[in-house]
Design a protein around this ligand. Structure first.
Ligand code: SME
Length: 171
């Protein structure tokens, strides 16, 4: 299997995320290994969305968020709930978009190139599984259209993960 990333420069942001969501569905379909799903999903986003320097997961171990599969430079391993952008999104159960990471109180710097960030929580059966965190070297990189698109994309991952957890008797 090979995966091509032809970003249609003429497409709107919404169309690009819709196309990526379709690719994500076919990439993840039928797989029930959570790490495999997360690894391929982070690679899809990292290569399919432009102007990023990090894309990946922080997964709850019950007490903290722990780094999971990602693309980009090595990152901090554990983030307490409520700390940083990731911990905030996990506690509030809402997507957090940060236009300027230096202006976000408590932002946890991992890659000094990161200037803006979006974090989407992943909720399954009313439990926070973790968050999907995406960083950009460009200030204000993530618009509201990116938020809507990224939430749609992460929902594809969440739905397949939910199937995987049920199949494995975890949820
Ligand atoms: N900046 C994040 C930490 C994770 S890294 O960006 C990969 C935060 O403040 O939660």
């Amino acid at each position: 299997m090979t995966f091509e990333f032809e970003i249609d420069q003429g497409a709107t942001v919404a169309e690009r995320y819709a196309a990526l969501s379709r690719q994500a569905k076919s990439l993840l379909a039928g797989e029930t290994n959570a790490i495999a799903l997360a690894a391929n999903f982070s690679a899809l986003v990292y290569h399919g969305v432009e102007r990023l320097n990090w894309a990946g997961f922080y997964m709850s171990d019950g007490d903290m968020l722990v780094v999971g599969p990602f693309q980009g430079k090595p990152a901090c391993i554990r983030i307490p709930f409520g700390r940083g952008v990731c911990g905030r999104a996990a506690v509030d159960r809402e997507t957090v978009v940060v236009a300027d990471v230096d202006a976000f109180p408590g932002h946890i710097p991992c890659d000094s190139a990161s200037r803006s960030e979006i974090v989407v929580p992943i909720i399954i059966d009313d439990t926070v599984f973790g968050v999907f965190d995406v960083d950009s070297p460009e200030p204000g990189r993530f618009t509201d259209a990116d938020r809507v698109g990224m939430e749609q994309l992460v929902a594809v991952f969440r739905d397949q993960l939910s199937v995987a957890l049920r199949t494995n008797g975890v949820a």
